[in-house]
Design a protein around this ligand. Structure first.
Ligand code: NI
Length: 181
């Protein structure tokens, strides 16, 4: 196991379309090592998801915390998705704040589908289909984008929301809390 260095925006690996993992290589030591490293790295940097291109491996693998912010999931382990595909279950998109370990300290509003179905392999090579909503759906869409060479900035509709983390917490969050009350 190893904590990997995280590629930052501007590195070409983040703009490549990642390669499929051949089915017979999912359980191979190299892929298993990558999965373990992704899990260890996302924990170390306190991310909610991390895709293989972010650790300089252009392969269709990501890990994410499902159920983040939801009551039933206290301290879940990262969920592994290999060769995932996503189908929106709700045509509507909702704006939500996103950040990215490859774009440190920035937050921006990004439109995402509220509900999705994701289908792909787990680390044991088992094919799974799961439905996500809320933050889990957002994270899955964000991580899948990394496999296509897309950053959350590319999805933003209004760059006036782009904020450094401290300013986001200081100016945007209180405004939203006031709007909700
Ligand atoms: Ni990201």
């Amino acid at each position: 196991m190893a904590i990997r260095k995280v590629a930052r925006l501007g590195h070409p690996v983040l703009r490549q379309v990642a390669r499929l993992v051949p089915a017979d290589q999912i359980t191979a030591p190299e892929t298993q090592q990558l999965v373990r490293d992704l899990c260890e790295t996302v924990i170390e940097y306190e991310g909610v998801g991390l895709a293989a291109p972010q650790v300089f491996e252009s392969r269709r693998v990501f890990v994410m915390y499902a159920g983040v912010g939801e009551e039933e999931a206290d301290a879940p382990s990262p969920v592994v998705w290999i060769n995932p595909e996503i189908k929106p279950l709700d045509p509507e998109r909702e704006q939500g704040w996103e950040g990215c370990l490859s774009i440190p300290d920035l937050r921006g509003l990004v439109p995402r589908h509220r509900r999705i179905e994701i289908r792909g392999f787990d680390a044991d090579g088992q094919l799974r289909t799961v439905q996500y909503e809320g933050l889990s759906a957002v994270v899955a869409q964000h991580e899948l984008d990394h496999l296509e060479g897309i950053a959350f900035l590319d999805r933003m509709e209004d760059f006036r929301t782009l904020s450094f983390l401290k300013e986001h917490e200081r100016y945007w969050l209180p405004r939203e809390a006031a709007d909700e009350s």
